[in-house]
Design a protein around this ligand. Structure first.
Ligand code: DAK
Length: 258
């Protein structure tokens, strides 16, 4: 797949969107390639995924404006569904996904980053939803995810006015967890991915499910979601080993994802 690179190293994998000449803008081909690459992940061995963009300028500069400009209403709906389905697949993937945002994350790029569990940024990263200046609304979840991640008034300002924010402000707002130099971004994303990969995969998966499901539920339902996910861990060998190792005051054996 020419539009994405996928590399697995042990238990972690890096998916790089590779269309740097167009600042990694998402056309339907790129979206299909991301979709295929996600489907091909070996979830028995990969325990954390990093998503990043090729080149020095951009994570993803948005959906492809050239392709979108020609769409009919029917085609636009299909394009929006393709993007939404891929982004939702990333959001609901059984392993945590870290966005390593290495430059512009505009429109669909910011929306893609927001579909990930965690965002880390380089100090030259720029986040924004410029769609209203193009005569459209954000179409890959931006109207919904941004206001769930940062204060509603700030999300509305970014979307109505098309104001971009830089990495430091994104950190202050909680949109990104940490800011690094360009060179240090990927190594630090890998360090975090490795820390995640060292923990019990079923427990991480159940935690992701509980948080992602519970955030859209009322508290009385959300705690039941947690109860079930907590209970599910007790059918795993990793739970037995993790607790046994603690009680025996030793380091646990590498977790087996079983
Ligand atoms: N689409 C297509 N090409 C793009 C692009 C994009 N989003 N962003 C950049 N490029 C291309 C440029 O056209 C240029 O191509 P050439 O002219 O070299 O062939 C190349 O990438 C380099 O860009 P620049 O020359 O512009 O580079 P600069 O450093 O000067 O500027 C920039 C960088 C990121 C500030 C600028 O490129 C820019 O403003 N880009 C557009 C950013 C943007 O507006 N992004 C939001 C796109 S809209 C929906 C579904 C989805 C969406 C909405 C609705 N439904 C179906 C309902 C999502 C919408 C969006 O994401």
């Amino acid at each position: 797949m020419s539009n994405v690179n996928y590399e697995q190293d042990g238990n972690i994998a890096v998916l790089t969107i590779n269309r740097p000449k167009a600042l990694n803008a998402l056309n339907s081909e790129v979206l299909s390639d991301i979709n295929q690459a996600i489907d091909d992940i070996d979830l028995d061995t990969v325990r954390a995924l990093i998503l990043t963009g090729a080149g020095e300028k951009a994570f993803v500069a948005g959906a492809d404006i050239g392709e979108m400009s020609e769409l009919t209403k029917q085609e636009a709906t299909e394009f929006s569904k393709l993007g939404n389905d891929v982004f939702r697949k990333i959001e609901q993937l059984d392993i945590p996904v870290i966005a390593a945002v290495n430059g512009f994350a505009l429109g669909g790029g910011n929306e893609l980053a927001m579909s990930c569990d965690i965002r880390l940024a380089s100090d030259n990263a720029v986040f924004g939803q410029p769609e209203t200046g193009l005569g459209i609304t954000p179409g890959f979840g931006g109207t919904q995810r941004l206001m769930r991640l940062i204060p509603v008034g700030k999300a509305k300002e970014m979307i109505y006015a098309g104001n971009n924010i830089k990495a430091d402000e994104a950190k202050d707002l909680g949109l990104v967890n940490e800011v690094y130099t360009v060179e240090e971004l990927l190594p630090n994303a890998k360090k975090l991915a490795e820390r995640i990969a060292n923990n019990a995969p079923i427990a991480v998966r159940m935690s992701k499910h509980a948080m992602n499901t519970g955030i859209d539920e009322v508290m009385d339902e959300a705690i039941v979601t947690e109860e079930n996910d907590f209970g599910n861990c007790f059918e795993s060998e990793d739970q037995v080993e993790g607790m046994k190792a603690f009680l025996e005051k030793r380091k646990h054996e590498p977790f087996k994802n079983k």
